[in-house]
Ligand binder design. Sequence first.
Ligand code: KG4
Ligand code: ZN
Length: 346
Amino acid sequence: MSNSALPLIMGIESSCDETGVAFVRGCELLADEVASSVDEHARFGGVVPEVASRAHLEAMTPTVRRAAERAGVRLSDVDAIAVTAGPGLAGALLVGVSAAKAYALALDKPLYGVNHLVGHVAVDQLEHGPLPKPVVALLVSGGHTSLLLVRDLATDVRLLGETVDDAAGEAYDKVARLLSLPYPGGPPIDRAARDGDPRAIRFPRGKWGDGSYDFSFSGLKTAVARWVEDAEHAGRAVPVPDVAAAFQEAVADVLTRKAVDACREHGVRHLVISGGVAANSRLRRLAEQRCAAAGVEVRVPRPRLCTDNGAMIAALGAEVVAAGLPPSPLDLATDTSLPVGSVMAG
Ligand code: KG4
Ligand code: ZN
């Protein structure tokens, strides 16, 4: 079957601070446009929900238009519209879902309200082709840290564990602040760590060896804060590269250890890592080493696909359409805490 025989899916994402619109057919990405409000949040050190909602409102229609132009399609060619229904920020989700409903109604095409977290896994298909079944997925971003067992993207996603407090990216952002590095904190910590010694300080690994697949990063953040405070009180200069490297080592160590354990326990030979923190150089290297030792193949989408975008939602939309799942009703509600086991909302 040629690609043009596959349905054309428009994907809309607005769960946090990125307005994303993309077009896909099957595993082929035709266009992926993102308008980010990250700069507007930088001075607050985190996403301000009301600012994000307003930015989505302003960006939505122009982003749809740009994506259609890039893809070389007309909106009347669209076969189905997929939109993030949750989890995410209430007001932000509402903008995307309202826009998707309007397009579905105007174009007389089916609407699919899908799960943002599962979209982070599905997006890998646009880069590396169909995902093996089953696959373990490690989602690490500013908002989520979850380990999933995915037997089928459209119908069978199970939560193995998640963070009980801060998300991994949130920990990066908070530690960056402690070290007077800019927001978002992942990239500057990653860079600073290159010149540091990860063994210079031993920071705690939350929930290490507790037999669960859950994570905890708030103790680690507090440990870094204490260490920095002690150094300052003692009048010592804070060795930023060493603190960054040791912190990063603690995060990557516990994430990769639990991900590989999950693959072993469930007899899974493929791991996919996604979300903004998947761009982290130490996490990638350690995952590759540990997966190779365990006979597990690791897939990481390119950074642009790891962060929030419309492509992930369009990719998941293509899956649920191919699986023949029924569309969402036009009174589809957003769900700020949609559980990951619900691939579609409602
Ligand atoms: O997926 P994402 O763009 O947005 C959501 O949170 O959904 O992830 C953003 C997070 C931020 O916390 C940022 O600090 C982190 O990803 N991040 C990184 C790196 N690049 C981005 N964390 C560690 N190392 C990086 N290189
Ligand atoms: Zn996300």
